[in-house]
Design a binder for this molecule. Sequence first.
Ligand code: C5P
Length: 254
Amino acid sequence: MAKVNEQLMQELASPAYDEARRRIYVALDVDSESRALALVDRLAPVVDGYKVGLELFHRAGMRLVESLLKLNLRVFLDVKLHDIPNTVAGALRAIAQYPVEMVNVHASGGLKMLAAAREAVDGSPHRPLLVGVTVLTSLTDADLESMGVGTTASAWVRRLAQMAQQTGLDGVVCSAHELDIVREVTTPAFERVVPGIRLAGDAAHDQARVMPPDEAIRRGATRLVLGRAVTEADDPVGSLARYLRSVREGLSHE
Ligand code: C5P
């Protein structure tokens, strides 16, 4: 087993996988700094991109982010900011003191908030990629109706993606099933960051609709978030290998 993993790690760390590795973030959805660092320790020889979400961020804060950055890892800070423009801009100026690769805000915060967010990162020492969350995948058309949104989830995704592009954001986070809509209303260089990725046969957990990596890339995902399919696998490196091979397969059709 150890020898198999060693060979596998060498294969995945090879230049043939450079682009595939660059396209992924492993979601560190754990509840402590030590658990997060243990996962990173295991996976870092193979992948250098990690997503820090709300749970871990509120447990371990910027100290953990700093630890990851010191290890020369790429960090996607998934903190989904949503507040008045001045407050969001202040939070982003604080975040951008650190060289995080990507950070996000809720696109539904409105045009003024998005413009302020963009301005804040533009003036920062380390300009992170700024992406907008469109519609949370947990929200159905019925939920939106009950909230008085007055449109369907897909129509709202379309409008929010347009707003994100119009205000100069670098991209959006969206479901793989919304890629066509987002591509219709944005430029090809716009980032499309996609969670909910599963290979056929792997548990979907609580994700209602999932898609394999190769298909998501072929449909226009520019970056993928890999979560429990890797982090909760019996053999995370083996699982990562299956996912990276599929990413590579998808990229070969780009
Ligand atoms: O474990 P799994 O692959 O389902 O994890 C997906 C990751 O992407 C989690 O960190 C989750 O918070 C995040 N995410 C998501 N769906 C969205 C936005 C973010 O699953 N619409």
